[in-house]
Ligand binder design. Structure first.
Ligand code: 26Q
Length: 809
């Protein structure tokens, strides 16, 4: 391994000639980007051959990570970094007259995900490669990733994200590994010589064609793969069939088939029983299982040992149909009896839960499944029937409990209950979240089989989210850790606390200041707006959701603005509030909150009273590559969800690792961050998860807070009146004060938590005025963020769930 810049530049010049028929002097930036991608792809392909040979020889258990989302982001700089050729690549590009930074910036994000769950999958796949675990990720090759967001007149507008034009440079199509997926039709069950024979006929076939992306590990030749399934119709559109009427039907079939891989559903933490989404799920799961089974049989000739050789991880319930699909293959195609098939299936599959929000728990109308997947339906019905009989015995006919745990109930198929029934391990994504699963959501199943329930606190790829995006901090970390490579041993990051504290804290302050300037320069170029780099950068970036409470942040800004207007001498620490958030296109309340933040921003930023003191910025189109620019510049990290609602959060970890201090509730992984750094090194506020639950029990009346608190009244009145643009936000105010039918007003407890939030904000502001103290706190946060490395999390999955070895060095 190892390439000099000379060698790389020769590879690039050759590639450019052969693939694009161009000389360096004629090449555009786009040509050169693709050329670089192809050269790195070649290196990874070579490594991949080695990895495959090693896997083939070891017969080791393979991990298959199934996820409807992989939010990969950009890959050029990442792959160069992991392959250890980043400096050489930059130099080679320079010598050919290109700017590496410009080419990196040209790469579209592979936006094949909504937010946390999708980004987690991408971080974990990188980590499996680095830890030399034989693992493959599977998803759909969406033609359009998460939409591009524009803000027009303060409101979100969605544009299609055509990432494949340049993004396809990383993909290798493997037509020889095409699988057939069957939809619709009917099923006949008959008995031949006492054996059950199932015939599925009259179905429509969709071809699943893999487009593979290589995933390079860091400082290893081990290379894993992300297999993205593209959907194609098997029916050629044959003009000669025009007269027979077949032509139109063929065109239609083609369109229906290819619609499957057209677009990523932009809903995050919310489900709707849409037919196309179900088609996506089954398409991807069926192709994946068939491809695993095909390779397994080619190697071992039997599926008897399937569960010994494969661990299938399902990323939330979205790939749950993998359970009946594997059963179908074992029963119908391989002739196993039910019990053997069930044994193999249940010893293969594990489930990670990412949410406790009721609206995010997947339930499919059974009629949809009956029509679209008739054979799968029969298997689901059988699994459900057997399970329900067991539940009835176990709960002595207590039908309340039976119904809560049932898989098919009231005409719906509940995917989470199926996972709990069939999976060998079930895990939450932070300590608090896993406790809520055990004590509440899956309490009955936990009591029956406590060993199945585990916690694996989330983690992030610290190579990308620290070393690559924050070179200043990386350099400091390398000095602190000395000879040890913290990039392979994140636990070594604590050594930052062993360095001379005063000097180190000062360095951190300088690094942060430089990062803030770099971000502001970029933003000035991008948006033509100057940020006040002397002010605290206070950042909330994440999907827009009511439970994440961007509105609480906005309400506090309104409060500050009102104070400032009341009394021009009101002293507070100057702030730049930065927001970034996409709203699901159909989520009206979320879109109104974006509108409100923009109205507020325009009013504040235009008001001379706010000059140099208060600035509010809504960053358009928040995405992985924007997060990479922003995290190193952030000073205060807003993690302010209603306690008990955010399963873990992973943005919180990225901020911490880059030296931002957290203002947050005791929710998700914030709880464990607090255990690491202590309450004195965070700004905690608000109700705890237990207190929230108690308030729900007692009956929470938000208007009592409104009546008793003049400040809150003024804020809400201002939202009703609106800002300079005259738009009134009555729907938002109403949701805070008036209970909907059968519901509760302010279900996310903004009014209950406001005073406590305000106090924590004031403390953060005060603390910021003492840079020594602030930087010392940042130091502790960075040093103790090693726990939140994906390598730690993936090692736990490997040991406790997948039972596979990890790299030792
Ligand atoms: C389901 C069915 C139909 C359409 C869409 C969906 C869907 C899509 C995405 C449902 C949920 C999601 C995404 C959920 C998600 O991102 N959850 C987050 O997962 C992170 C990683 O574990 C956690 O850190 C976050 O707390 C959690 O909100």
């Amino acid at each position: 391994m190892g390439y000099t810049s000379k060698q790389l530049s020769k590879l690039m010049v050759d590639k450019l000639r052969r693939t694009f028929g161009r000389d360096v002097s004629e090449a555009t930036d786009a040509d050169m980007f693709q050329t670089c991608a192809l050269v790195l792809r070649d290196i990874m392909s070579g490594n991949r051959v080695e990895t495959r040979e090693k896997n083939q020889k070891n017969n080791a258990r393979q991990v298959h990570y199934l996820s409807l989302e992989f939010l990969v982001g950009r890959s050029l700089e990442k792959n160069a970094f992991n392959l250890g050729v980043l400096p050489q690549l930059k130099e080679a590009l320079g010598s050919l007259g290109f700017s590496a930074a410009d080419l990196f910036e040209l790469e579209p994000d592979a936006g094949l995900g909504n937010g946390g769950l999708g980004r987690l999958a991408a971080c974990y796949l990188e980590s499996t490669a680095t830890l030399e675990i034989p693992a493959t990720g599977y998803s759909i090759c969406y033609e359009l990733g998460i939409f591009k967001q524009k803000i027009v007149d303060g409101q979100q507008v969605e544009l299609p994200d055509n990432w494949l034009q340049l993004g396809a440079a990383w993909l290798v199509t493997r037509p020889e590994d095409t699988e057939e997926v069957h939809f619709g039709g009917h099923v006949d069950v008959s008995y031949e010589n006492g054996r059950r024979v199932v015939r599925h006929s009259g179905y429509t076939t969709v071809l699943a064609v893999p487009r593979d992306m290589k995933i390079a590990g860091y400082k290893t030749n081990h290379t894993n793969r992300l297999r993205l399934w593209d959907a194609k119709s098997p029916t050629p559109v044959d003009l000669s069939r025009f007269s027979s009427g077949d032509y139109v039907k063929a065109v239609e079939e083609k369109a229906t088939a290819e619609a499957i891989a057209k677009v990523l559903y932009p809903e995050d933490n919310h489900t709707e029983g849409k037919m196309l989404r179900l088609r996506q799920q089954y398409f991807f799961v069926s192709a994946t299982v068939q491809s695993i089974v095909r390779k397994h049989k080619a190697k071992y000739g039997t599926l008897r040992n399937f569960h010994e050789k494969h661990a299938i991880q399902i990323n939330d319930t979205h790939p749950t149909l993998v359970i009946p699909e594997l059963m179908r293959i074992l029963l119908d195609e391989e002739g196993y009896n039910w019990d053997d098939a069930w044994y193999i299936t249940t010893h293969t599959v594990s489930y990670t839960n990412h949410t406790v929000l009721a609206e995010a728990l997947e339930r499919w109308p059974q009629d949809l499944i009956i029509n679209l997947l008739p054979r799968i339906w029969l298997i689901l019905d059988e699994i459900s029937g057997k399970y329900q009989r067991r539940l009835e015995q176990e709960f002595h006919g207590d039908m309340d409990r039976v119904s809560r745990n049932a898989i098919i109930w009231d005409g719906q198929v509940r995917m989470a209950n199926l996972c709990v029934c069939a999976c060998q391990a079930i895990n939450g994504v932070s300590a608090l979240h896993s406790d809520i699963l055990k004590n509440d959501v899956f309490h009955d199943a936990y009591r029956r089989d406590p060993k199945k329930f585990l916690n694996v606190t989330n983690g992030i790829d610290h190579r990308r989210w620290l070393a690559q995006i924050n070179p200043g901090l990386h350099e400091l970390m390398c000095e602190a850790v000395g000879s040890g490579d913290y990039l392979l041993h994140p636990e070594l990051m604590v050594q930052l606390e062993k360095k001379a504290p005063v000097a180190t804290a000062k360095r951190l302050g300088e690094i942060k200041a430089a990062n803030k300037r770099a971000f502001s320069d970029w933003y000035a170029r991008e948006a033509g707006v100057l940020l006040n780099t002397d002010a605290m950068f206070d950042v909330q970036v994440k999907r827009l959701h009511e439970y994440k409470r961007q509105l609480l942040n906005a309400m506090h800004i309104i409060y500050l603005y009102q104070r400032l207007k009341d009394d021009p001498h009101f002293t507070f620490t100057p702030r730049v509030y930065l927001f970034g958030a996409k709203a699901a296109p159909g989520y009206a309340m979320a879109k109104q909150i974006i509108h409100l933040i923009n109205s507020l921003a325009n009013t504040v930023n235009a008001d001379p009273a706010c000059k140099d003191r208060l600035q509010v910025v809504f960053l358009e189109n928040y995405r992985v590559s924007l997060a990479e620019r922003l995290m190193p510049a952030a000073e205060l990290s807003e993690q302010i969800s209603t306690a008990g609602k955010e399963a873990s959060g992973t943005g919180n970890m990225k901020f911490m690792m880059n030296g931002a201090l957290t203002i947050g509730t005791l929710d998700g992984a914030n709880v464990e961050m607090c255990q690491q750094v202590g309450e004195d090194n965070m700004f905690l506020f608000g109700l705890t998860a237990n207190e929230v639950a108690a308030k729900v029990q007692q009956g929470y009346r938000s208007y009592e807070y409104y009546n008793q608190n003049e400040t809150l009244r003024r804020i809400l009145d201002q939202m009703t009146r609106g800002f300079d643009d005259g738009v009134s936000y009555t729907d938002i105010v109403n949701s805070l004060l008036f209970a909907p039918n059968g519901g509760m007003a302010d279900q996310y407890f903004l009014l209950a938590d406001f005073e406590s939030y305000r106090a924590a904000q004031a403390l953060a502001g005060q603390t910021y005025l003492d840079p020594k103290k602030w930087n010392q706190m940042a130091l502790v946060n960075i040093a103790r963020s090693g726990l939140f490395a994906a390598d730690r999390a993936v090692t736990e999955y490997a040991k406790n769930i997948w039972h596979v070895d990890v790299r030792k060095d």
